[in-house]
Design a protein around this ligand. Sequence first.
Ligand code: 5AD
Length: 350
Amino acid sequence: MSVTVCLADYEKNGTFTRAQLAELLSDPGSDTLELLRMKADRIRRESVGDTVHIRGVIEFSNHCIRTCAYCGINRFNEKVNRYRIPIAEIKAVARGAANRGFHTVVLQSGDDFFYTAEDLADAVAEIKLTGMAVTLSVGERPQADYQLWRQAGADRYLLKFETSDPELYARLHPGTSLERRLECLRQLRELGYQVGSGFMVGLPGQTIDSLAGDLLLLRELELEMAGIGPFIPHPGTPLHVAETGSVPMTLRVLALARMMIPWAHLPATTALSSLSADGRRLGLTGGGNVVMPNLTPLAYRRLYEIYPHKAEVTATPDQLLAETKTLVHDLGRTIAQDAGHGRRLATAGA
Ligand code: 5AD
């Protein structure tokens, strides 16, 4: 099946089959990439509009009990200087974000059970008083914890499935399973969170067929948000000798993601910016509508090294905000002035 036939079918059906996705992912032409990016950009405009949502991320702890083979802060990496930001400081950083005009704050950390469910619920409840939306991204926790945070006012939860291939998942995440990850995503959905997930492009052992599966899974999960970034090998991990994910392939997957879940919020990821100075712009012009500036206090920023050469380790929140505003303006788009709550279907209200 040719690229043209796949795209004509998409116009009719509003989706791709696994075989079509595999075809579009394996076609080597750079003109195909440009065609997909143009389509994705049009669909982005029609379904989520021209505004760009800004989410401030606070990486509050790099302690982690997991052993994910790709991740620089996995438990086995003894070279990491570990830090934990006290709850009071997390709240203060969040207040700063609210004062700067952020409408969403994302509290992210390794899977760190030092923070009890109650600790985080307390942080969420207080941050909610600012009027901002709160996204949590603290990994796999018991359902009761997810429930407590939801009751405390958390709006969204971010938990990437990383790959839809169960065998690859098991190899990359010793001792746990894709099934368990999907169970968490189901629980979050049932509790009424807006759910974000996503995956990496270029993982060692990933195939075109499994990437097609990743894109289908985004749709099956009816995600409100999806983060898609290139895999970047970290020297302190078992995958340090693996190849880096490709920027053009990541852009191709991002464009297809926009076509599979037109209604969703898709960030131009930091991982993409880390590989390409132009990453943010490329993400925003090829399906993306979200930017997530890093608000982690500078003293800790470098230590949250999930992959090397991470972008934005030295810029202050004000600098990052100014850069984002300039970029968005240059693209002829505007910064969203609302919380940018997610929706699950193209026809649903904003
Ligand atoms: N390269 C790219 N992305 C990574 N992540 C973790 N480690 C890496 C890496 N080496 C991503 C995962 C995770 C998110 C926090 O960062 O997708 O969910």
